[in-house]
Design a protein around this ligand. Structure first.
Ligand code: ASP
Length: 312
């Protein structure tokens, strides 16, 4: 347990390699248990998990729900439209309400960076960040690493290109931290308007051209063009974006012949990725990412619950 001593999972930044390895190893065992239907349903029996989503989600919310249920937790979904947040309740009032409900695990998604960190200081539950603003999405990076590791046997030494709207992507930020910690080489590829200033300070290589950025890489990670977070004028048009930065077979040809294609979803087909690449049965591991998401979230809930018990 010493390899995962946390009460909360708020970000990848600052996590050490043994901690990440410990989650991935455990998640690996959950992949097999999920496939055989033999999950330990008593692990979280009597525990309550609340999915508190202030922003929309399909994959992340349902996979946390499934992960909690497969381990025997009582799972409740609270979304903005049904909660009193619409009536002006503050985040801290929400925290007090959740404390009164004695929830054990709180999975939070919020459009403000840092909201899960604030809640973590105020609630008694273990908090998992399920995506905060443009900051981090730690379980996405863990599931991406698990997908890569299962396909390639390692993460270390691989070269990974993260492409497109890096500026607004919490997925990109979590992945950059995780991949660099695990010893991969990371490139970011996109138009200057969609790459954060001084991103190379994180230790990544910057490219503005797909052919150069994808040359020889082992993994091509595409990002969604996040129009809802964009000030106007950052990209000329979807068609223009696809022409220069959308992943089609021609651009993918620059990567290693066996390069994996990834996307966190939801995909804008024909904008950042062509349908025949997204659905390519050999190169694309997008469906597998979803499967790994459930296993990784089970591993995280497992670890946090055991750590809370050890500290009780
Ligand atoms: N689902 C991911 C997230 O919540 C990626 C995306 O929305 O583009 O950040």
């Amino acid at each position: 347990m010493s390899s995962f001593p946390r009460r909360h999972l708020l970000q990848i930044e600052g996590m050490e390699r043994p901690e990440i390895d410990a989650v991935l190893d455990l998640a690996e065992s959950y992949v097999l248990l999920n496939r055989t239907g033999k999950t330990p349903r008593d692990l979280l029996r009597g525990r309550t998990l609340i999915n508190l989503f202030f922003e929309d989600s399909t994959r992340t919310r349902t996979s946390f729900e499934l992960a909690g249920k497969r381990l025997g937790a009582d799972v409740l979904n609270m979304s903005v439209s049904t909660s009193s947040v619409n009536k002006g309740e503050t985040l801290l009032d929400t925290a007090a309400t959740l404390n009164a409900m004695h929830c054990d695990l709180l999975v939070v998604r919020h459009d403000q960076s840092g909201a899960p960190h604030l809640l973590a200081q105020k609630v008694e539950a273990s908090v998992v960040n399920a995506g905060d603003g443009t900051h981090e999405h730690p379980t996405q990076a863990l599931l991406d690493a698990l997908t890569i590791r299962r396909r390639r046997g390692r993460v270390e030494g691989l070269s990974v290109a993260i492409c497109g709207d890096v500026m607004h992507s919490r997925v990109a930020r979590s992945n950059i931290h995780l991949l660099l910690t695990m010893g991969a080489r990371v490139r970011v590829v996109g138009p200057p308007t969609l790459l954060p200033a001084e991103i190379e300070r994180l230790g990544v290589e910057v490219f503005h051209d797909m052919a150069a950025g994808l040359a020889g890489v082992d993994v091509v990670m595409m990002l969604r063009l996040q129009r809802e977070r964009m000030a106007r004028g950052l990209v000329p048009s979807a068609r223009e974006f696809f022409r220069f930065y959308g992943l089609d077979q021609a651009k993918l040809a620059a990567a290693a012949p066996d390069a994996l294609v990834m996307h966190p979803g939801p995909m804008n087909r024909g904008v950042e990725i062509a349908s025949d690449v997204a659905d390519d049965p050999i190169r694309s591991v997008i469906r597998e990412q979803v499967e790994m998401g459930v296993a990784v979230r089970m591993a995280v809930l497992d670890r946090l619950t055991r750590a809370a018990l050890a500290n009780a």
